[in-house]
Write a protein that binds this ligand. Structure first.
Ligand code: ADP
Ligand code: 5GP
Length: 200
């Protein structure tokens, strides 16, 4: 019997609500025995924000450690974003997928395209803000970024938004519950397809 989980990429501009939607979707699915979904924990050279826990939100590492992982081929993809490096540890993803667990990647657009190239079956979801004004409001309301970081993230957001059409699904995060519903539905429908393949 095939036991392969799928890879789901979630991208979207900083502050759009990716982390919040993913957290809610995982909570919604956690009690079910027909689907197992896990969030991949990336490595980053960015400093932790207040409240972020090493090993939970990210593995916080030095630049030296990052380049060592890269050289050893231990990253599925990586990128430089707003001056810091981010990457997806490949082993964790492969182990889970082999056990039939679906894996969610919260990564930016360049990394997403890299994943699609190396892993063509990956399902790509792009989260859209209702407007750029609302995106800026959310980024400020989160209270985690300096003015400089907010400006940089909004600048990157313009380029990211232009990539939305390359994704399999576009999810508007206006009302949080509706956006969570949509991501959960994507996960459940792909899980059903997997179930059908196993039954055949
Ligand atoms: P990202 O992971 O995309 O950077 P976050 O999940 O950290 O974004 O969300 C950014 C901020 O926006 C948080 O303060 C979060 O509570 C808020 N937020 C998320 N979704 C919504 C929504 N639908 N409406 C209003 N605020 C939201
Ligand atoms: P943040 O600093 O807000 O946590 O993340 C900044 C951006 O980096 C977000 O768009 C997030 O999705 C992305 N990101 C986080 N981890 C990774 C990763 O491992 N690879 C790539 N390519 N992007 C990542």
């Amino acid at each position: 019997m095939e036991q392969t989980g799928a890879l789901f990429v979630v991208s979207g501009p900083s502050g759009v609500g990716k982390g919040t939607i993913i957290k809610n979707a995982l909570e919604r699915l956690s009690g079910r025995d027909d689907i197992q979904v896990a969030l991949s924990v990336s490595v980053t050279t960015r400093a932790p924000r207040p409240g972020e826990i090493d090993g939970v939100h990210y593995h916080f590492i030095s630049r030296e450690q990052f380049f060592e992982l890269l050289e050893k081929g231990e990253l599925l993809e990586y990128t430089k974003y707003a001056g810091n490096y981010y990457g997806t540890p490949v082993k964790e993803v492969e182990d889970r997928v082999r056990r039939g667990v679906h894996v969610l990647l919260d990564i930016e657009t360049a990394g997403a395209m890299e994943v699609k190239k190396n892993w063509p079956q990956a399902v790509l979801c792009f989260i859209l803000p209702p407007s750029m004004e609302e995106l800026e409001r959310r980024l400020r309301a989160r209270g985690t970024e300096t003015e400089e970081s907010i400006a940089r993230r909004l600048e990157i957001a313009e380029n990211e938004r232009a990539k939305a059409h390359l994704y399999d699904y576009q999810i508007l995060n206006d009302t949080l519950e509706e956006a969570v519903d949509q991501l959960v539905n994507v996960l459940l429908s792909w899980n059903q397809k997997k179930g059908k393949r196993e039954a055949n």
